[in-house]
Design a protein around this ligand. Structure first.
Ligand code: HEC
Ligand code: HEC
Ligand code: HEC
Ligand code: HEC
Ligand code: HEC
Ligand code: HEC
Ligand code: HEC
Ligand code: HEC
Length: 408
């Protein structure tokens, strides 16, 4: 038949076109939506000039998954809604980037982040609701009642604006309101140009903020068996594994991210760091979170990717006993001080006399540390930085009150 070769040729051509269309439709929209010549030019021009100015930026970018995926400098530096447009060597760029730029491509992560206390509640802990829109406040209050509509922090106000800007804000800006109407910064955990998952899974990344006597999570982690094993085995782990495909074979030892965010063995990862918590541990006297049950189920199921349920239950029982005993110790100390205040032995001003500091330290340093230590495997923090100091501060508080009574 004469038609047969023609028919085969047409069939072949059609399938090739179809295949090309299907392959094209699977490409990321950043590739298909952009004229690729301009895209390459943008990265090429920015990069070639910036190799001589701020060159580390270019090297960091070249190591990133973004470079592999063909995301250009301009893809991130393009001004989005509400951002100032700056003319820059033939391009129009934004110089102040926010989570809004990342959210143009990573909306799921942004939405989860918004539900967490890393968003509005973190900044409001220092400055109160200033700078947030009514809508943003409503949203945050729905998920975390009382966390945004509150006065600016009394201690920071006494320390002054310079201390706030270079101290509190540097950690709490993870949830700051941005001029473009978005909230927070993704690069606190991801860095600006490297954007690596490995970095986000490294304990020191979280430890930039989660350290020190008032929230010693990094120090506790380093003391724990988990932290010790991680240092030993890090080089053999696959810390770059894609979040959706992360298994216990890639990371047999957990870091902060594993317990609080990752989805081991297909269990689903999250940017809402609140999801797996059951207690308000940072509070003076800890109460159960409204999501106590779900929080505990979610965290325990993470532990159980690596441990038997018996080990996990025993661990939680011991930790909850520390919560109960710390609550008793702190409540008693706070009652003594409340009575002294009621008796007119103290002023009602914050942080203007020694007893105010003893009151703050006993729960903010030692009570918290004991509870955090118990839940994350830091025996020294439960004991010497926790319970021992609780005893010591109880005696200090009693002596200070006795002295005040004697002075009347
Ligand atoms: C012809 C050279 C050149 C080109 C092309 C160029 N830049 Fe720049 N860029 C500079 C110089 C010079 C600075 C200022 C550095 C300084 O202040 O030390 C700068 C600064 C910047 C800053 C910081 C601005 C600020 O105020 O903080 C950003 C962001 C930036 N460039 C991004 C880009 C991007 C994105 C592209 C491509 C779309 C690009 N640049 C193309 C030379 C260039
Ligand atoms: C994943 C998004 C992303 C990509 C891709 C990206 N940048 Fe940036 N860049 C940022 C963010 C975020 C900042 C911080 C802006 C701020 O401070 O508000 C920044 C800041 C900068 C600065 C100022 C740095 C400093 O320390 O003073 C320069 C210069 C810059 N970028 C150039 C580039 C160049 C050149 C490329 C491509 C080789 C590039 N960027 C690609 C997100 C990106
Ligand atoms: C123009 C779109 C675009 C923008 C803007 C963008 N990304 Fe990405 N990003 C991608 C794509 C595509 C990938 C690769 C596919 C994936 O893993 O989702 C990626 C991957 C990532 C990864 C995983 C990297 C890895 O090692 O696998 C992180 C983390 C990330 N982006 C963070 C950010 C942050 C933070 C910003 C803002 C500063 C940002 N991205 C801005 C498109 C973008
Ligand atoms: C080193 C980083 C860092 C600095 C500096 C810092 N904080 Fe925090 N802050 C944190 C972290 C991390 C937490 C979360 C503790 C937890 O949940 O265990 C926190 C928790 C809090 C909380 C309790 C949570 C809440 O929403 O009520 C308040 C209030 C607070 N910080 C206020 C301040 C004030 C005010 C300053 C400055 C005087 C300050 N912080 C300085 C990192 C920091
Ligand atoms: C730039 C500083 C910063 C970094 C980096 C950071 N955090 Fe936080 N984190 C905070 C602050 C501030 C709070 C307290 C927010 C509040 O309650 O007001 C917080 C709160 C939390 C909470 C308690 C949330 C709740 O509902 O009470 C968890 C869990 C947490 N962070 C885990 C992490 C993990 C895991 C990482 C690293 C992957 C990390 N954080 C990185 C600043 C940071
Ligand atoms: C508290 C630290 C922290 C903050 C803040 C944060 N991330 Fe992440 N991000 C992580 C961690 C940890 C992972 C890896 C989770 C895992 O272990 O699987 C991750 C993974 C990612 C990935 C890779 C997803 C994939 O499937 O490949 C993207 C994209 C991403 N983040 C974007 C963002 C964006 C956008 C923001 C801001 C809205 C943001 N992140 C804020 C810690 C953070
Ligand atoms: C082995 C798992 C595991 C690791 C690793 C881990 N955590 Fe935790 N974390 C927990 C558990 C369990 C709790 C208590 C949860 C609850 O409330 O039920 C907790 C509580 C917290 C809280 C307290 C929130 C509050 O209410 O005050 C913060 C903040 C936190 N972790 C941050 C970190 C950081 C930062 C790291 C790494 C330096 C880390 N965690 C490592 C399991 C872990
Ligand atoms: C990614 C895997 C992984 C996750 C998730 C994990 N662990 Fe572990 N854990 C380990 C490994 C590995 C060891 C060391 C086991 C050994 O010695 O053989 C360990 C050790 C321990 C130990 C023994 C500590 C000691 O001093 O000997 C306890 C208790 C423990 N984990 C509790 C937990 C709890 C509770 C959780 C969840 C909040 C958890 N782990 C999450 C991997 C994990």
């Amino acid at each position: 038949m004469r038609f047969q070769p023609l028919f085969v040729a047409v069939l072949l051509a059609t399938s090739l076109i179809m295949a090309a269309l299907i392959i094209n439709s699977k490409r990321p929209t950043v590739e298909t939506d952009q004229p690729s010549a301009a895209h390459v030019t943008a990265t090429g021009k920015c990069a070639s000039c910036h190799r001589t100015t701020a060159s580390a930026v270019v090297h960091e970018y070249e190591m990133s998954e973004h470079a592999v995926q063909g995301i250009s400098c301009l893809d991130c530096h393009q001004p989005t809604d509400g951002q100032e447009e700056v003319a820059h060597n033939g391009f129009v760029i934004a110089t102040d980037l926010t989570s809004k730029n990342c959210a143009t491509c990573h909306k799921t992560q942004y939405d989860q982040f918004l539900r967490s206390r890393h968003a509005a509640p973190a900044m409001a802990a220092v400055t109160g609701p200033a700078g947030f829109t009514e809508e943003q406040i409503e949203f945050a209050e729905l998920h975390h009642p009382g966390t945004v509509r509150r006065p600016a922090n009394a201690l920071s106000m006494l320390e002054g604006q310079a201390a706030i800007d270079s101290g509190c804000v540097k950690c709490h800006q993870i949830g700051a309101p941005n001029a473009d109407g978005s909230i927070g910064s993704c690069t606190e955990c991801h860095a600006r140009h490297n954007s690596s998952i490995r970095l986000a899974r490294t304990p020191e990344t979280c430890g930039q903020c989660h350290m020190g006597p008032d929230h010693s999570q990094l120090e506790i982690y380093h003391e724990s068996k988990h932290g010790v094993l991680f240092v030993d085995q890090k080089a053999d782990m696959n810390l770059e594994a894609k979040p959706a495909a992360l298994t216990t074979a890639d990371m047999p030892v957990p870091t902060c991210a594993t317990c609080h965010m990752s989805g081991l063995n297909g269990t689903g990862f999250t940017h809402d760091t609140t999801e797996r918590l059951s207690w308000f541990l940072y509070a003076p006297v800890s109460k159960k979170r409204p999501t106590y049950v779900q929080g505990q189920v979610a965290m325990k199921s993470t532990c159980q990717q690596c441990h038997s349920s018996g080990t996990v239950e025993r661990f939680y029982e011991e930790a909850e006993q520390i919560v109960a005993s710390t609550n008793t110790k702190i409540s008693e100390a706070l009652e003594l001080i409340a009575a002294a205040r009621a008796d007119g032995l103290m002023t009602s001003e914050p942080f203007d006399e020694e007893l105010d500091f003893l009151e703050f330290d006993i729960w903010h340093y030692y009570g918290r540390t004991a509870k955090h230590g118990a839940f994350m495997g830091g025996a020294d923090f439960v004991q010497w930085h926790g319970n021992y100091e609780l005893l010591h501060y109880r005696v200090k508080i009693e002596s200070a009150i006795e002295e005040l009574r004697a002075a009347i």
